[in-house]
Design a protein around this ligand. Sequence first.
Ligand SMILES: Cc1cc2nc3c(=O)[nH]c(=O)nc-3n(C[C@H](O)[C@H](O)[C@H](O)COP(=O)(O)OP(=O)(O)OC[C@H]3O[C@@H](n4cnc5c(N)ncnc54)[C@H](O)[C@@H]3O)c2cc1C
Length: 405
Amino acid sequence: MIYDYCVIGGGIVGLATAMALLEKQPGSSLVLLDKESDLAQHQTGHNSGVIHAGIYYVPGSLKAELCRRGAAATKSFCNQHSIPYEVCGKMVVATNSLELARLDTLTERAKVNKIDAERLDATELQRREPNIVGLGALFVKSTGIVDYRLVAGSMGKIVRAQGGEIRCSANVSAICETTDMVTISAGEQRWRTKGLVACAGLQSDRIAKMAGVKLDHQIVPFRGEYYKLPQIRNGIVQHLIYPVPDPAMPFLGIHLTRMIDGSVTVGPNAVLGFAREGYPKFSFNFRDVSTYAMFPGFWKMSGTHLLSGLIETRNSLWKRWYLYECRKYCPSLTIADLLPEKAGIRAQAVTTNGSLVHDFLFARTDRMLHVCNAPSPAATSAIPIGEMIADQWLCGTRQSSVSMH
Ligand SMILES: Cc1cc2nc3c(=O)[nH]c(=O)nc-3n(C[C@H](O)[C@H](O)[C@H](O)COP(=O)(O)OP(=O)(O)OC[C@H]3O[C@@H](n4cnc5c(N)ncnc54)[C@H](O)[C@@H]3O)c2cc1C
């Protein structure tokens, strides 16, 4: 049998793409492959669970547009499928004059991006969040929280109900594209398809290279390490509390996040990982480390971001320094409040010239589309990303490499 579509990756982007393809072309045949024994075992199942509103992104950019549409689509999907979510709002808190100036830029961006956001002074911030201190804050009302594993699980059910097949424990090991089809192998198993979409997250560059696609970037893993507050401290904040991010970095900084199960996490940081899929601290994978150690872009990036890299490493190694970051805006936290919590690992594309790719990045051939970089807020934006990929595929756009801003 030759499938109309094959999707590699049972994370939220692969599932949303499969769902959109089947919705736009009912009756077509589709198989989704994932190497793990269940869906959402990597980034989709190890994140902060925030439905971002989209204040950070350059106005008019695709990232801003996808996030705005994605937030609405995620909430509506949750309503339709009885998935619990909460619109709890978030405060972006400035703790020094540099951050206050950056907060002005964010306030402007929110306005242009048509996101309802309210500027608060220090007194009003403390009235609304008595345990948080800062020189000022931006309150974004529409930010929400959800468990993306549940969203992915529901998407999986919809794909099956639409006639798609989902094959877990299928670790794709070879891809061969010819003029009329693509053959995908996982050990002894083979699938043939007219069109392949690869959404392989942390392994996306390896999958693309396996398929013969030439890339100008490589995935470098960045751990996002969290702590969890003791249950008794869950009422410490009413909203999500974020620092003002450094615009040079694609990461948002250590935040206090109310989770949908009522707990509160602290994190994530962004520290270089020594394994793409090793979640325990000090996980090490020789192949993963040697892959980036031999990549010139990695060394250029390390040179540019040396200071922030060293600070992140120090904060990761010494809990007191991690606490120091959080106490800038939540001074009542103590070392005893930081309980162990599992980490996530970001798939961060780094180009040969050492830049961290902030945007979605796609590579395309006649019969394949590879999602090469799907950074945060890709969980929020997954539904419109899936629709965009399906539309692009169905209109048959032929570009060898597409970078979307
Ligand atoms: C710490 C952290 C916090 C984040 N917080 C947020 C947030 O609050 N809000 C938000 O919107 N976004 C957040 N993000 C970003 C978001 O989680 C990711 O952008 C999104 O989940 C990416 O989804 P994906 O489907 O591309 O990747 P993944 O979820 O990683 O899925 C990729 C899939 O491909 C499969 N795969 C890989 N190789 C193969 C192979 N050879 N054969 C078969 N299958 C394969 C994997 O098993 C995996 O299931 C966060 C990310 C991290 C890491």
